[in-house]
Design a protein. Structure first.
Length: 276
């Protein structure tokens, strides 16, 4: 009986690994080959289906049409003047009503959201472009689709561990719990990598749209202040790198993109003024 369960666990693990590593797609924006099963059309459909639920979780969309229009205008400028416009995703930019949460989100295929709680802390268009450029970077790098594939692999391995050890109920549960923790830590590591890549892409996208990328460094300062500074959870246990560490990544990306210095032609844009 034990041998049979072990074989079953090995079969489940093998199928999960083959399903993940057997599918490869090249991303021309990042130059990377990714293990992704979803097509771009499927990503777009998934994003459109998920957008209403995302809005509902944060109090719905902000009712101020001028705020929605301003954010959408900056987002569409990024798309129209950068490589993002060549990816054929259906980008849309929205403000969520939530005044307390300080965050922004990207769904697969193009829907992008920023909370009012973050927007009211930003000072100018370039900072907003940095946030939206970062989230747009998640979309064109296909991070959500890649994470979905990794989650499916992790779940398959957790199931395999549970099946292999299930002859002893407590032992099987323990094996599954250990596998789940390992899978979670792997996903956290990839989450940090995705955030760093999105920061780098954000510098590129906002610069191509004519915004001064140094504004992203100020965004990191704002995020650090909002997260409580030193009270924030350690970097290793967070899917988002510490803003202080991200400032270094952003500065390196700026230096690489503009080895001769940031051109004076790039702008911070208009100041952001909104009711609290």
């Amino acid at each position: 009986m034990r041998r049979g369960r072990l074989i079953l666990g090995l079969i489940i693990a093998a199928v999960s690994l083959l399903s993940y590593y057997g599918v490869r797609q090249f991303n021309p924006v990042t130059g990377e080959t990714q293990h992704i099963a979803l097509t771009r059309d499927q990503e777009v459909a998934l994003g459109l289906q998920s957008a209403p639920e995302m809005a509902q979780q944060f109090g719905g969309l902000d009712p101020d049409p001028s705020i929605q229009s301003d954010v959408a205008s900056v987002g569409q400028r990024i798309v129209s003047q950068s490589v993002a416009g060549k990816t054929h995703y259906e980008f849309s930019y929205h403000v969520l009503r939530d005044p307390e949460t300080v965050n922004a989100f990207a769904l697969p295929g193009g829907p992008i959201f920023i909370t009012r709680g973050l927007l009211k802390r930003l000072q100018n268009e370039a900072q907003l472009a940095g946030v939206l450029g970062h989230e747009t970077g998640h979309v064109i790098a296909r991070h959500s689709a890649a994470q979905i594939a990794k989650s499916q692999l992790a779940q398959g391995l957790v199931t395999a561990a549970g099946a292999a050890g299930s002859d002893d109920q407590s032992g099987g549960q323990h094996a599954a719990q250990v596998a789940a923790v390992v899978a979670q830590m792997v996903q956290l590591r990839y989450g940090r990598k995705d955030e760093i890549q999105a920061d780098t892409l954000g510098v590129r996208l906002m610069s191509e749209a004519g915004y001064d990328p140094r504004a992203m460094i100020e965004v990191m300062r704002i995020l650090e202040e909002s997260s409580g500074g030193s009270e924030r959870a350690p970097d290793f246990m967070s899917s988002h790198p510490n803003p202080g560490n991200r400032r270094e990544v952003i500065q390196r990306a700026i230096d690489a993109h503009f080895p001769g210095g940031v051109p004076e032609t790039l702008t911070l844009g208009r100041n952001i003024t909104m009711s609290q």
